[in-house]
Write a protein that binds this ligand. Structure first.
Ligand SMILES: Cc1cc2nc3c(=O)[nH]c(=O)nc-3n(C[C@H](O)[C@H](O)[C@H](O)COP(=O)(O)OP(=O)(O)OC[C@H]3O[C@@H](n4cnc5c(N)ncnc54)[C@H](O)[C@@H]3O)c2cc1C
Length: 411
């Protein structure tokens, strides 16, 4: 029996388990998935929880239910990987051997990395919405909040779903407006980026949205610490940004098991070949999803596009052939913009998000870098697609490789 070992049973690990279960001979291959928890959260839903649009029960399901019947699920924390011995040690000491290893351990927030952020005020006046508990606590707080200065702060890049902080602000603008208290709330974004997003054309378009909605921005802010007494963010250059309530996107890091295995960069992201998805300098090890150090968005859509490439490359690898499929960095994200509308961006390593129509030129139905109600419905539909098609490893009508069809190149 040969062993296909998948570390992490989140978005990427679940898709890979399903794809490989349908392709690998059951009498030849044992598929094992290791994850620390029983619950699988639909993380894009965290954005909607603080505004009461989704409840927690709308976005959580048993992890086992989405894995193929033939896969063994081990519920345990992973301690470390030993690529020389081709084994993984679990926190209880159990040793798992592999013939092929897929690392899909994702990324998580680390508020303790910012001085003054993680203390008794955490999830009281300083919140996150990147975890189930954080989104829930923030929702409870906002229901009773009388208004003031709400600051969304990105500690450092990269972060999972880099448009989520903007979406949070757009939804907050709509939510406070609908509650008749928008004039009592000052919405502000503090970011280490020089603009609203990582790429110039989208950054300009999104900056325009922020301005029209009366949301102010402090760019180029290197967050050094949070001054709890003064209720302010302090930058490395000692500039200060005051807040009444802080919504933080703390440092995002890969799992500590990557650091314990000495296979990550300074943020514990695994060094990965940007096209083949093979782990650098390690045999029989591949990386997918947020766990990699690749310069594309950390997003579920990316994990999905990568899964098509990785599936091909693993089958070639098993046959002793070099990888044939090529990941181009493709990312595709709906951006909720409030009041029942949304935007869509589609890009890859080389092409930044551009305006246009998606997927059909001149037809759409989705609008790239422009606001529409259809884009909003696309975002809401994504939850159904996630549970019923994407996690199951089914083909979706969007190619893994980015297409220029419908995109307008602008200078
Ligand atoms: C607020 C928010 C909004 C988002 N919006 C969107 C969106 O609109 N569109 C989009 O495409 N993406 C969005 N995303 C991002 C998307 O959810 C992630 O990119 C995606 O889930 C990544 O999949 P993954 O498998 O790499 O990681 P995950 O799904 O996070 O899975 C990693 C798994 O590894 C397990 N694990 C890690 N370390 C260990 C260990 N040591 N031992 C045992 N198990 C371990 C974890 O328990 C987890 O289950 C959003 C994310 C957030 C937080």
């Amino acid at each position: 029996m040969r062993h296909m070992l998948i570390l992490g049973g989140g978005t990427a690990g679940t898709i890979m388990a399903n794809k490989l279960a349908s392709a690998l001979d059951e009498s030849d291959w044992q598929i094992t998935v290791v994850d620390g928890t029983e619950e699988h959260y639909y993380q894009p839903g965290f954005l909607f929880v603080p505004f009461g649009i989704y409840r927690m029960r709308d976005i959580v399901r048993p992890r086992r239910q989405y894995l193929p019947g033939r896969a063994r699920l081990i519920l345990s924390s992973i301690d470390h990987i030993d690529p020389q011995k081709k084994s993984v040690t679990l926190s209880g000491g159990e040793l798992l051997r592999y013939d092929v290893l897929i690392i899909a351990t994702g990324t998580d927030i680390h508020p303790e990395q910012v001085e003054g952020l993680f203390d008794e005020e955490w999830q009281r006046s300083k919140f996150d919405f990147y975890t189930a508990r954080g989104a829930d606590r923030l929702g409870q707080f906002l229901k009773g909040w009388q208004g003031g200065r709400l600051v969304v702060s990105i500690a450092e890049m990269p972060i999972k779903c880099p448009v989520a902080p903007l979406e949070f602000l757009f939804l907050a603008d709509a939510w406070f407006t609908e509650r008749g208290m928008r004039d009592k709330v000052d919405l502000h974004l503090v970011t280490p980026l020089s603009g609203a997003f990582t790429k110039p054309v989208a950054s300009r378009a999104l900056a325009d949205f922020l301005e029209r909605k009366g949301i102010s921005v402090t760019p180029d802010f290197g967050l050094a610490r949070v001054d709890n007494e003064g209720r302010k963010l302090v930058g490395w250059d000692e500039t200060e940004v005051p807040y009444d309530v802080l919504v933080s996107i703390p440092t995002n890091m890969g799992d500590a098991c990557i650091a314990r295995s000495s296979m990550g960069d300074e943020l514990n992201f695994v060094r990965t070949d940007r096209h083949t998805l093979a782990a650098e300098s390690m045999e029989d090890v591949f990386v997918i999803g947020d766990a990699s150090n690749l310069p594309t968005s950390k997003a579920g859509s990316v994990a999905h596009f990568q899964s098509e490439v990785l599936f091909e490359n693993i089958l070639e690898h098993i046959e002793g052939r070099p990888p044939c499929a090529h990941f181009d960095g493709h990312a595709n994200c709906f951006i909720e913009s409030g009041f029942g509308k949304g935007l869509l961006i589609d890009f890859n390593y080389d092409t930044e998000p551009l305006p246009g129509e998606f997927p059909l030129p001149g037809v759409g139905p989705f609008k790239l870098l422009g606001e529409s109600a259809i884009n909003h419905y696309g975002k809401l539909m994504f939850r159904w697609v996630y549970w019923n098609l994407l996690l199951r490893g089914m083909d979706l009508p969007i190619e893994a490789e980015m297409s220029m069809a419908g995109k307008r190149v602008i200078a």
